[in-house]
Design a protein around this ligand. Structure first.
Ligand code: AMP
Length: 583
């Protein structure tokens, strides 16, 4: 029997689950669904975004409502228009085989008449943002006086955004006899107040740690001089060729400024903040979703609705004032069972904030170094070589081959490879070979000494850096690759360090004494029929900066390495990945 069936879901939902490719229920689904199906109860569920909570309340809601009746029976309140649409879309997919169900989204910035028309047709489930909902109640367009279920999604975000009174108003239009299900990533005082005020003996479930960030996220910080924030940001992007990232700034002005600079420097970047019109925000979000924009620079408020699963890195260009906000920021990555990295660019004087965040999220930060120019060149070079290897040959080129052969006649293979790679690589090399170290070197203010750095112990004398031709696409992260290497080489925990995984390749360090052993072990080494190749990297002093994934880079066209539209590649597996080992 499928795991979803064991939770008590009816056939129509099980068919939808099968279509969606969900194989195992996520933790929040496993905990919430049976409770909600079996009893009429209030529920408080603490769960991060991206943990599958829409289905955790969506499945029971769909199963419980009477689709033969046109009355509005379920109301879902969500903080932003983005999320509201996302929930509606997901719910529509879930209810695909449930005849007669009408799920309508109500949100600001779109025609109220259209939404009113949809409501009039009879919507058993309404998904709404608080502002527009209140407006529609006031105008008598929507009637929620007979609902049986009210869901407050991302309650902490709604309260953060100042919707307390709106929520209170809306709830006062609902019957006392109903079930309220509250979902929240964190449990600040305001959320507890809502729970106390509007709920009766709610059952509580917690997914992961209360108030803790998602554990699939690795937290890193980079100490730089105040004026080096922007160049540091560029290096972090360049050191992670597949980056698909949200970059958080504190103010709208900084957000706009950083986005403009990135665009000027040839990156595929966009800005998202409150001074933009709804239309401009929609445009940038659409481009981001399609990965045409790879670096989305955003304010906290504007980013609240971002619900995109594949974000590889969250970059804190500046730290937020509130620690709670950091949890929300970093929760934008590491979603749907994928791993993610939250990077903080910080000056020495702000270092104490890191300890405060660590206490809150109950996870350690890793201190990392901004990669040197040469390291970035090396990463980009390997990335380019891999891209060439992976590129599907375009058959239409065949007709031109004789002419191309004529042009390239007399150039041998090695020279040809060098030339092809140079076409793209020189631009990068020319820029980075002249740049300086961006890491702040004054240690007077440093946090406790001997902390983990690059995930491991401090660099040692005679350290050798290696390149290995496996990476995240082969299922490794820095921890599992380190385990693999230690295991194969029979080395101790401390002997392999600075493990830095990219999409299709990785780097690691050992002391020089192990080099013969490593080269010997991997001289003829296969896993699943594939040769695992290890080489000494040309950059032995590497600091192991990046630590991310990548997609096509190098195709940018401007000054010092920018993104070009329509890049693709990398290892973003959505449904197929979900199928195997979600959570
Ligand atoms: P949510 O937290 O509801 O925003 O869900 C995050 C993503 O995970 C969405 O794209 C869902 O379609 C997906 N998802 C939800 N439940 C599962 C599951 N059991 N297996 C695989 N993917 C899921």
């Amino acid at each position: 029997m499928s795991k979803f069936k064991e939770l008590g879901l009816q056939e129509s939902l099980l068919s939808a689950v099968a279509d969606l490719g969900f194989e195992t229920p996520s933790e929040v689904q496993e905990k919430a669904i049976p409770i909600l199906l079996e009893s009429e109860t209030d529920l408080v569920a603490l769960a991060q975004t991206g943990t599958g909570k829409t289905a955790a309340f969506g499945f029971p809601l769909i199963q419980k409502i009477d689709s033969a009746s046109r009355t509005t029976q379920g109301l879902i309140l969500s903080p932003t228009r983005e999320l509201c649409l996302q929930i509606t879309n997901e719910m529509q997919l879930y209810s695909k085989y449930e005849k007669g169900i009408n799920i309508v989204a109500i949100y600001g910035g779109a025609s109220i008449t259209d939404q009113a028309r949809q409501i009039k047709r009879g919507a058993q489930i309404v998904v709404a943002t608080p502002g527009r909902m209140k407006d529609m109640i006031r105008r008598g367009i929507v009637d929620i006086s007979k609902i049986d279920y009210c869901i407050l999604d991302e309650a902490d975000e709604m309260l953060n955004m100042g919707f307390f009174e709106d929520i209170q108003d809306i709830l006062s239009n609902t019957p006392k006899e109903k079930s309220t299900w509250l979902f929240s990533a964190t449990m600040p005082k305001e959320v507890s107040t809502i729970a106390k005020k509007f709920m009766h003996h709610p059952q509580e479930i917690t997914v992961g740690d209360k108030n803790a960030g998602a554990t699939t996220v690795q937290h890193e910080y980079y100490v730089v001089g105040g004026r080096d924030r922007y160049p540091a940001l560029k290096r972090l992007a360049d050191a992670n060729p597949g980056i698909f990232s949200v970059i958080f700034c504190r103010t709208k002005r900084d957000t706009q400024r950083v986005a403009e600079k990135l665009i000027e420097d040839g990156y595929n970047a966009g800005a998202l903040h409150g001074d933009l019109s709804q239309n401009q925000r929609d445009l940038v979000m659409n481009s981001f979703r399609k990965k045409q924009v790879q670096l989305l620079v955003a304010t906290d408020v504007a980013a609240r609705g971002i619900d995109v699963d594949d974000i590889t890195h969250v970059i804190n260009y500046q730290l937020p004032d509130e620690i709670e906000t950091y949890t929300h920021r970093s929760g934008r990555t590491g979603r749907a069972g994928k791993s993610g990295i939250s990077m903080v660019i910080i000056t020495r004087s702000e270092l104490r904030k890191i300890s405060a965040i660590e206490r809150k999220i109950k996870q350690d930060f890793i201190e990392k170094k901004i990669p040197s120019g040469i390291e970035i060149c090396e990463i980009q070079l390997y990335h380019l070589a891999n891209n060439i290897k992976d590129t599907k040959i375009n058959k239409d080129i065949d007709g031109y081959l004789p002419a191309i052969n004529d042009v390239l006649e007399g150039i041998d293979r090695e020279e040809l490879i060098k030339k092809i790679v140079s076409v793209e690589f020189s631009r990068f090399y020319n820029y980075y070979s002249k740049t300086h170290d961006l890491n702040s070197t004054d240690h007077s203010n440093k946090r406790e000494r001997g902390r983990r750095s690059d995930g491991e112990s401090a660099p040692k004398d005679g350290s050798v850096r290696y390149f290995i031709n496996v990476g995240e696409r082969d299922g490794y992260d820095w921890m599992s690759l380190k385990d693999f290497l230690r295991d194969k080489l029979g080395l101790d925990k401390e002997d392999v360090y600075k493990v830095d995984t990219k999409d299709s390749f990785s780097f690691f360090n050992t002391d020089a004494q192990f080099t013969p052993l490593i080269l010997e072990t991997f001289s003829d080494f296969k896993v699943d029929g594939r040769f695992i190749n290890v080489e000494v990297s040309k950059n032995p002093g590497s600091r192991g900066g990046g630590g991310g994934r990548k997609k096509d880079r190098f195709r940018g066209k401007k000054k010092d390495g920018g993104y070009k539209k329509g890049n693709k590649g990398g290892s973003y597996k959505s449904k197929s990945k979900r199928k195997s080992g979600f959570y």
